[in-house]
Design a protein around this ligand. Structure first.
Ligand code: CMX
Ligand code: CO
Length: 142
């Protein structure tokens, strides 16, 4: 069951400048940052509310590490902006299978590793009314 907005993914050209914008404008601090080579992103997670037990919501600021990555291609076409939304669930495997059974394309056969040791998968935006949709089970939940 999808129980929360885990994060909003925002694509940017310059992660450091974008982090500084969110800090100076809203007072949001970086909770965690990492490079995920499989996804082709350098990212910063800004915690907006909640606790560290899987109940929090974040902004995920994403800078591509290579032009042919999902975020790199998207930025070249669209410029900066909201790239995806992510719903949190305690059971990404079960929810992905159930959604696949409804005819929505799930992009990975098995969930992969996302931010902060989470397990993630994606639903094709063309099957979701134009919204790239991620499902996340946080490390604390799996
Ligand atoms: N939101 C909405 N639509 C999108 C989209 C997005 N983020 N990315 C691509 N699309 C649309 C394109 O506009 C295009 O539509 P048209 O055919 O109408 O022009 C169509 O989908 C195909 O796009 P594409 O540019 O040819 O790109 P690909 O098909 O190669 O890749 C996708 C699209 C969704 C399969 C790829 O972006 C993907 O695998 N995404 C999942 C992984 C990911 O996004 N990782 C980065 C985030 C990591 C994290 O959150 O931790
Ligand atoms: Co994400």
């Amino acid at each position: 069951m999808l129980t929360r907005i885990d994060h909003i993914g925002i694509a940017c050209f310059d992660l450091d400048k974008t982090v500084e914008f969110y800090r100076a404008t809203y007072g949001f601090e970086v909770f965690h940052s990492e490079v995920n080579e499989e996804q082709g992103v350098r990212e910063a997670m800004l915690k907006i509310n909640g606790t560290s037990d899987g109940g929090a919501s974040y902004l995920q600021l994403l800078e591509p590490t290579r032009e042919d990555s999902a975020v790199g291609k998207w930025l070249a076409k669209n410029g900066e902006g909201v790239h995806h939304i992510a719903f949190g669930t305690a059971d990404v495997d079960g929810d992905a299978e159930a959604i696949r059974g409804k005819g929505v394309r799930v992009l990975y056969d098995e969930p992969r590793i996302g931010s902060m040791g989470s397990r993630i998968t994606f639903l094709h935006p063309k099957d979701c009314h134009g919204v790239l949709t991620e499902l996340v089970t946080s490390a604390a939940e799996h």
